[in-house]
Design a protein around this ligand. Structure first.
Ligand SMILES: *[C@@H]1O[C@H](CO)[C@@H](O)[C@H](O)[C@H]1NC(C)=O
Ligand SMILES: *[C@@H]1O[C@H](CO)[C@@H](O)[C@H](O)[C@H]1NC(C)=O
Ligand SMILES: *[C@@H]1O[C@H](CO)[C@@H](O)[C@H](O)[C@H]1NC(C)=O
Length: 139
């Protein structure tokens, strides 16, 4: 009896997984949405990468943003890093790692992390309204 219940559950997961994944749900792990918001005058160029993904170069205008979503991997250390160019300034930093995950996870449908790029540097928050914690200045 018990093993047939497990069998049925597995069939259910297999059958529903492709449907769930087209709607971009993460059946077993947290879904994250990370936004980079420019609060610097003039264009900000950001290149975002992970081990598996290269999201390419994006130019973000003043008060514009760029966001992406992904499923956090179980037991894995998914890491997104960003290279930033603003005029003659440059910086690179981790945009998502275990520390960020632990800091902001709140067990909601979609977890959010917001980066605010300011003339003094990089701030991270779980709220879209601003503020947050200062992480790094420009080089
Ligand atoms: C991304 O933009 C930077 C800064 O403008 C540039 O140096 C770099 O070559 C670009 N990379 C790609 C892959 O286009
Ligand atoms: C991330 O969340 C913001 C709302 O905070 C939304 O505007 C944006 O479309 C989301 N991005 C993705 C890739 O789902
Ligand atoms: C990102 O830009 C979109 C489109 O302009 C806007 O609707 C959204 O509120 C912005 N998100 C944040 C967090 O500023």
């Amino acid at each position: 009896m018990r093993s047939s219940t497990i069998y049925n559950l597995l069939i259910f997961i297999i059958l529903t997984y492709p449907i769930a994944s087209t709607a971009f749900a993460c059946p077993f792990t947290a879904k994250w949405n990370v936004s980079v918001i420019s609060v610097v005058p003039k264009d900000l160029v950001v290149h975002i990468k992970s081990g598996d993904d290269d999201l390419g170069n994006h130019t973000i205008p003043f008060v514009g943003n760029y966001s992406w979503s992904f499923c956090e991997m179980l037991g894995d250390h998914i890491l997104f890093y960003g290279y930033f160019w603003w005029g003659s300034k440059f910086q690179n930093l981790y945009l998502f790692d275990e520390a960020i995950s632990d800091k902001f996870i709140s067990n909601v449908d979609t977890e959010h992390c917001y980066w605010f790029v300011k003339p003094v540097g990089f701030y991270v928050s779980n709220l879209p309204s601003g503020g947050g914690e200062f992480i790094k200045g420009w080089d």
